[in-house]
Write a protein that binds this ligand. Sequence first.
Ligand SMILES: [Zn+2]
Length: 627
Amino acid sequence: MSTPKPVTPTITAQQQALRESLPFSDTQDFDDATRGLVARRTPNAVTNDAGEVVWDNDTYAFLDGDAPDTVNPSLWRQSQLSAIQGLFEVVPGIYQVRGMDLSNTTFVEGDEGVVVIDTLLSNETGAAALALYREHRGDRPVKAIVYTHSHADHFGGTKGFVSAEDVDSGRVKVFAPEGFVEHAVSENVYAGVAMNRRAAYMYGAALARGPQGQVGAGLGQTISTGVVSFIPPTDTISTTGHEEVVDGVRMVFQMAPGTEAPSEMLIHLPDFHALCAAEDATHTLHNLLTLRGAVVRDPHAWAHYLTETIDLFGGDIEVVFASHHWPTWGKERVVAYLQNQRDIYAYLHDQTLRLLNKGLTGPEIAEEIQLPPALENAWNARGYYGSISHNVKAIYQRYLGWFDGNPAHLWEHTPVERAKRYAKLAGGVDALVANAREAFDAGDFRWAAEAANHAVFAEPDHAAARELLADTYEQLGYGSENGTWRDFYLSGATELRDGQFGTPTETNAPDVIANLSPEMLFDAVAIQVNGPKAWDERLAIDVVVSDTDQRYRVWLANGVLSYSAAPQQGDADATITATRASLPALAAGDPAALTAAGIQVTGDASALGRLTAVLDPGDKNFAIVTP
Ligand SMILES: [Zn+2]
């Protein structure tokens, strides 16, 4: 591994300016993040069955004292807060384990057992969190699991808390918002390969921890790398105001679809005067478009639902907690916090629309937009995970799309072709690198990145271009207040210097694949069809799902795999008979996997082989910072 380079004076000056402008003397968040500590888990490494470390919060012990100049002081502060780990009492009867994954898990105690809200990302960290809770609060049985939303860091650890058998037998209920399964599964499967590869950049999983490496992801420290599990809900919640009582725990739900996740809900716990804000109010400006990639979110709906939250519950709640970060206590502070969170999304939404209606484009609005001082100086509205810059562009994208209306941008050359022409314009790659070097020395890292990126795309083996681009990304990383920006920049620098690190964490886990509906499964196969290779292939396969009595015709024509549950004309080449549980073997694209799963094939079995032959799976190690 190459060694990181020192910080430049430009970045040092930028860090100093921020130290002077932000209210660092306000340490209320530190009081809140440590309040109610029951016990720390020491040491806090979690290993899997093979003895491999899947989580190690202790690697953040360096986050002590003042920020070094290689870390933005505001991000350093946020990371110090996020790294605080242990079991905490929120109010008597409600406990949280924090600092044991990207997300939190919350325990609400009932008459004899406990209701668990969100289960972390992997079974190993989930089991460790439950063990820590039980060590200090007794061996209470889990009576119910509640998933606040459809992101994997809130359901992936469920099998660390309960078994599928506990749920199947009816001993444990599992609640989730409407649309949960569809979104949880689809988000991780359709564009899963690309999202997971980009998530490796976003969370800095492959980076060394330390003042010149990964310091945190803004929303939490990083993601655990254990096994992601999936247990589908037994009960779906679809109405605001709906109440459930489990083991004496009263829960009143507020639906918030299309906010931070397509399927999401908040939970009011009236007997505790507490609100679980899911992930709709956290101690950061959240993402309207996460850098790993996703469907763009709706800031207008987000703000609207937080207004509704205040209207419905604001008069009652003494504490608000979420599935990330630390709680906020006191009725007035709770409402002020929810108002801030609401206003930041509303402001970005409204101001972006105001400015785009004057003809400004996303990058222009991102530079132009200014926050009111009250939001600018509110720690919980700072951009540690989302950022003003990329959220504004996301809003532009949501309303107007990728095209800014300028015909020069309608039909641009590809990055490599543009790069070659920029190199020619500069008088060769060496001259382009010299121009980038000049910008680097002047502290204009944004231009240095653009020029050096063109140089690398024009000539990927140009050593000086690669080195300068890596050095530039590194300085941009050191300066970033946003944890995911820092991770992206430092990951780019690392791959330029040391080669590609692939995809360390995958959320398209077998448990998730196993819950694909037959239709989603066919979609998952269809997106792997190599179009040109399949142009001349024609085949039809009947799929019979014996235990659910479903029947589909799946056919390949014109390079497209289509399907229908309606009766189709003519005979299929072959018929596959599977169960709901064995059907996912189809996604493996391998006839041997079908046999192993006990799937029967009748008719012309070669049709399956012909289908397999045109499947073209994604590349978990695709290039990002090089062509
Ligand atoms: Zn989350």
